[in-house]
Each structure stands twice: as structure tokens, then as C-alpha cells.
Design a protein around this ligand. Structure first.
Ligand code: FES
Ligand code: FE
Length: 400
């Protein structure tokens, strides 16, 4: 990895092995995914005690669950007997965790309740589920399997302030979709961090979204004041755009007269997340490295996350939220709510799969990013390389 990182030319796409090699992929799981934060989803996905989501963070299988005390916690999804996976479904509800292999029972705080036929000196207290870090903020749920995770507090402060008016605790899931993309996770994320391809690649998306955004020196806060941002400020929704190397929170104006992310920019849900007289409140975008971004508008929210499966396969999870009182078929149609992002994701999948094929070729040479159109790709790759170098230099392990 050190030699590969030496070969990297700054502000260029990465050498081939970063996108194709199994050893690099394994390194990424340890050096990046198992040290960073991952967005799990939304608090509303844990409506009662025992509601859980099981997912992978790098090579770690984890469970996120709401306890009887209302607190959302996380654990490694690996039994303390002989390691079997405890939750086999992606989501569900259970009063306690029962390992399917030899029936060890754990409560929702991870405490071992029952393990039959063990030796007299067996100490149940020493065999609880291994906890991981979980943070909830403004209706969103994040997890990290690092022993000492990246400092969450600046991101928390920023996203809490920005998301508060949208009340995502009062939302509901309208739809969850999955998409397999035959591309390396970094190609998926590079694609998601630029709109250089949007003019040619996303004809519907650009009706609502000002695709030149982010092309003016690389920071969304440099976007000129528009009628939209003026209205946001008047409504008290104008939050400063903030970012550091692993997260971004930014207000994004939509095109003049557009309300939300729909194929024509028109409203999708009659019961809105924010009830205001205005019609063009823009969007709020919040994102964390390595694998996530979200947008919320007046009437719906969208979450994107990319989960690496193997060096040239990534599974994208997409979630859409609407107000909890919006009635399907009356206030909104699921097909309409998901159409724009769903089509955009499929268009992006085609770009990514074609990108992977070209990168696989013997003729691939890393090329230069556009400083004006791809600043967020550059910051993503810089952050990746920084995390990789830190991991190597400090002899770090995911648990350190
Ligand atoms: Fe879980 Fe045996 S591996 S009870
Ligand atoms: Fe795209």
C-alpha cells in the first residue's frame, strides 16, 4: 500500500490497483470503513424497543437496536460463543437476541442472559455482545466500529442546526431500494461527489438541481445569493455551509421555481416536512465520508450509501422519507417520490460500470481531475489517502 500511495499523482484519479485489487479492498475495509462513521439510517426506523437493523461496516457485521430504555445501541453481530451471526435479517424486531446456533440469549443491551450447559466457572458477564459506537442526531443514526472514532461533535453541531427545521423524527420511510453496481466503491463515491457528468448524464436531474453548483472554487458556501437563499434566510432556515475533511453540511438552492427533487422540480408530497408559504426553499445536503450523502427538501428526504462487497462490486442503499402523516395514494405516490433519484442512480450505475471497465484495461492511466468541476472528488480522494497513510504510519488497527 505504501508503494501504491507513492505512485499516486495528486489531483489525479488513483492508480489501477486502488480500484481493482483484492488486497487494496481488504486494506480499505480496515483503514477506512472500520475507522470512520457510517450512516445507518434514521431514528424512525427504530420505532419501538427491539427494532433493529443489521448491516456491514467494512468487514464488520453489526446490529443497531433500540433498547427498552429508548436508547439506540450497536453491537458486533457475532455470537460470543463460537461467533455465529445472530441477526440474519437486514431489519426486524425482537424482544431479545437469540443465536440461531446454540441458542445463547442476549438482552437488548447486549448482556448475555442464557447459555446452557457451560462449565461451572463460566462467567456470563464476560460474554456480552461487543458494543460499537452509535450516535443519533436530528433523526439520523450513525455508527462506528473504531475503538476511538473520529470526533463526531463538530458534525453533530452542524447537522443538528441545519436539520432541526425539517423534523425528521416526524417523517416515515416511503421506500428503501437497493442497487448493485459492478464497480469499486471508490468509483461509486467519486461519481457521487461531482456533477461534471450531470449535463450529459442526468437530463431530468438538472431540471431541479443547479448542476454547476460546487464548480466555483469548490465550496458550496460560495454560491451566489439567489432569491432562494434570500428566502431561506428570511425563514430562518439559512444555515452556514460547513465542511471538514470527512463531512459536509450545505444549503443548496434549487433552480428558480423548483420545489424538490422530482422529474420536473414540482412538489411530490402534499403534506410537507416544513409547512411554509414559500415554494422554493432549496435543499439541504449533508454527507459523510466514506460512503454517504443525503438531501432534504420541503417535502421529502433522500439517503444514499454505498457498501463495498468486493473490489468491483458495490451495493447502494437508497432511502426516501416523507412526513409521517402523508397518506400514500392520497398525499403522494411512491413511484413519483422515488423516480428522480432512482433513475439518477441507475444512470450513475451505468457510468460507474463503464468507468470500471476502462479502469480494468491495460491502457488505463490515471487522469487529472477538473479543479472547478471535481473539487469534492479531489477532497474525497485526498481524505482517503490521508486515512490510508495514517493507518500505515501509526501501525493502526481498526480497534486502535
Ligand atoms: Fe452462538 Fe453457539 S455460536 S450459541
Ligand atoms: Fe450522477
Amino acid at each position: 500500500m505504501s508503494a501504491l500511495l507513492e505512485q499516486r499523482r495528486p489531483d489525479h484519479s488513483l492508480p489501477q490497483a486502488f480500484y481493482t485489487d483484492q488486497d487494496v479492498f481488504d486494506f480499505d475495509m480496515k483503514a477506512i470503513f472500520e475507522r470512520a462513521w457510517t450512516m445507518v439510517g434514521f431514528e424512525i426506523e427504530f420505532p419501538q424497543s427491539g427494532a433493529y437493523i443489521a448491516l456491514e461496516i467494512g468487514s464488520a457485521a453489526v446490529i443497531i437496536v433500540r433498547g427498552k430504555d429508548g436508547i439506540i445501541r450497536g453491537f458486533h453481530n457475532s455470537c460470543r460463543h463460537r461467533g455465529a451471526r445472530i441477526c440474519q435479517e437486514a431489519a426486524g424486531r425482537t424482544p431479545r437476541f437469540v443465536c440461531p446456533y446454540h441458542q445463547w440469549n442476549y438482552d437488548l443491551t447486549g448482556k448475555l442472559l442464557r447459555a446452557a450447559k457451560m462449565a461451572d466457572d463460566f462467567i456470563p458477564e464476560n460474554h456480552g455482545l461487543v458494543p460499537i459506537h452509535v450516535e443519533t442526531v436530528a433523526g439520523c443514526v450513525y455508527a462506528s466500529v473504531a475503538k476511538t472514532p473520529l470526533d463526531f461533535s463538530p458534525f453533530r453541531a452542524s447537522v443538528e442546526r441545519a436539520l432541526r427545521p425539517y423534523n425528521l423524527q416526524d417523517a416515515k420511510i416511503a421506500h428503501i431500494g437497493y442497487l448493485e453496481e459492478r464497480g469499486n466503491w471508490k468509483l461509486v463515491m467519486e461519481n457521487s461527489r461531482e456533477c461534471y457528468h450531470c449535463a450529459a448524464g442526468h437530463p431530468e436531474f438538472q431540471k431541479a438541481y443547479p448542476i454547476a453548483i460546487g464548480e466555483r472554487g469548490g465550496a458550496l458556501e460560495h454560491v451566489d445569493e439567489t432569491e432562494t437563499t434570500r428566502r431561506l434566510r428570511l425563514l430562518g432556515l439559512d444555515v452556514p455551509s460547513e465542511m471538514n475533511d470527512w463531512w459536509q453540511v450545505a444549503r443548496v438552492p434549487l433552480n428558480e421555481g423548483k420545489v424538490t427533487f422530482s422529474v420536473d422540480g414540482g412538489a411530490l408530497v402534499s403534506k410537507r416536512l416544513i409547512e411554509q408559504d414559500g415554494r422554493d426553499l432549496g435543499a439541504l445536503r449533508w454527507a459523510i465520508e466514506p460512503n454517504n450523502f443525503c438531501h432534504v427538501t420541503v417535502d421529502s428526504a433522500f439517503m444514499f450509501s454505498a457498501n463495498p462487497v468486493h473490489p468491483t462490486l458495490t451495493k447502494v442503499t437508497a432511502k426516501w422519507l416523507v412526513h409521517k402523516d402523508a397518506v400514500e395514494g392520497v398525499d403522494y405516490q411512491v413511484a413519483d417520490v422515488i423516480r428522480l433519484w432512482d433513475e439518477t442512480n441507475m444512470q450513475d450505475r451505468d457510468f460507474i460500470e463503464n468507468n470500471q471497465l476502462g479502469v480494468n484495461s491495460a491502457g488505463y492511466i490515471p487522469g487529472p481531475y477538473s479543479p472547478s468541476a471535481e473539487p469534492y472528488v479531489m477532497s474525497f480522494v485526498d481524505w482517503y489517502c490521508k486515512m490510508a497513510r495514517e493507518f500505515i504510519a501509526n501501525g493502526l488497527t481498526p480497534s486502535s
